[in-house]
Design a protein around this ligand. Structure first.
Ligand SMILES: CC(C)(COP(=O)(O)OP(=O)(O)OC[C@H]1O[C@@H](n2cnc3c(N)ncnc32)[C@H](O)[C@@H]1OP(=O)(O)O)[C@@H](O)C(=O)NCCC(=O)NCCS
Length: 210
């Protein structure tokens, strides 16, 4: 059940997007970690067979989300998910390339591939994503692909808030201007990005990829 909701494979520039499977989950569980404040993306908990099975089942549920792993050959190099039913648009989330595969354009090629598939299957809808304002590297990626910031807001990010209670003040320092303590809670500043369907990627990204 569930596999029918996925396309067979999405071919991109030097990579293929596949649905999650048990072997890919094992690879993702062994990815190197980003640590604070990006630890929400880290997947070492998937080394636990019960958590791996639960995660796989979740990705196969019929419903609004689709979960992809970007593969170069048989090697998992990134992941991205999309909510097909958000009122704001086609909502991309969990854009994640582990440290050992960063800096080679995996995120740009992976996002280009998933947006190409979505433009065919869900024509006319905008792409939307939210990114904490300290994630400057990610913002370079999104801007290069034609995304623009449409809103900036303070929000409660449970995982980061829980971590902020526990980390030493010195660890908070690099993101100090992106966080605030308000009404008894830690909050994080976040940008909402939007890309209209068919919007061009910025010229230098296109030139580099060709
Ligand atoms: C943010 C993140 C997804 C970026 O992944 P990435 O694969 O390194 O990003 P990109 O695809 O943009 O590539 C990075 C660099 O590779 C270069 N590159 C190399 N080959 C390339 C190619 N064929 N095409 C495009 N760029 C290429 C780019 O020039 C880019 O450098 P630049 O930013 O100086 O221009 C990754 O760092 C990550 O997972 N971080 C932690 C989690 C996170 O922050 N996620 C986003 C939350 S909203």
């Amino acid at each position: 059940m569930g596999e029918a909701t996925y396309p067979p494979l999405i071919e991109g520039d030097g990579l293929t997007l596949r649905p999650w499977d048990a072997a890919l989950i094992q690879q993702m569980a062994a990815w190197r970690e980003h640590g604070f404040p990006y630890h929400a993306f880290d997947l070492s908990h998937l080394a636990d067979p019960l958590q791996a099975a639960a995660a796989l089942a979740r990705t196969r549920e019929e419903g609004r989300h689709r979960y992809f792993v970007a593969c170069e050959g048989d090697t998992a190099v990134g992941r991205v998910s999309v909510n097909l039913q958000d009122a704001a648009g086609l909502y991309l989330w969990a854009v994640h390339v582990p440290p050992e595969h960063q800096g080679r354009g995996v995120a740009r090629r992976m996002l280009t591939a998933v947006m190409g598939w979505l433009e065919e299957t869900c024509p006319g809808r905008d792409f939307v994503l939210t990114s904490n304002s300290f994630a400057e590297r990610a913002h370079r990626t999104y801007r290069a692909l034609g995304f623009e910031i449409i809103e900036t807001r303070w929000h409660f990010d449970r995982e980061i808030a829980e971590r902020l209670w526990r980390v030493a003040p010195a660890e908070r320092e690099p993101i100090a201007r992106h966080i605030r303590f308000q009404n008894g809670r830690w909050q994080v500043r976040a940008h909402v990005f939007r890309r209209r369907q068919g919007a061009a990627a910025r010229a230098e990204a296109v030139a580099r990829a060709s």
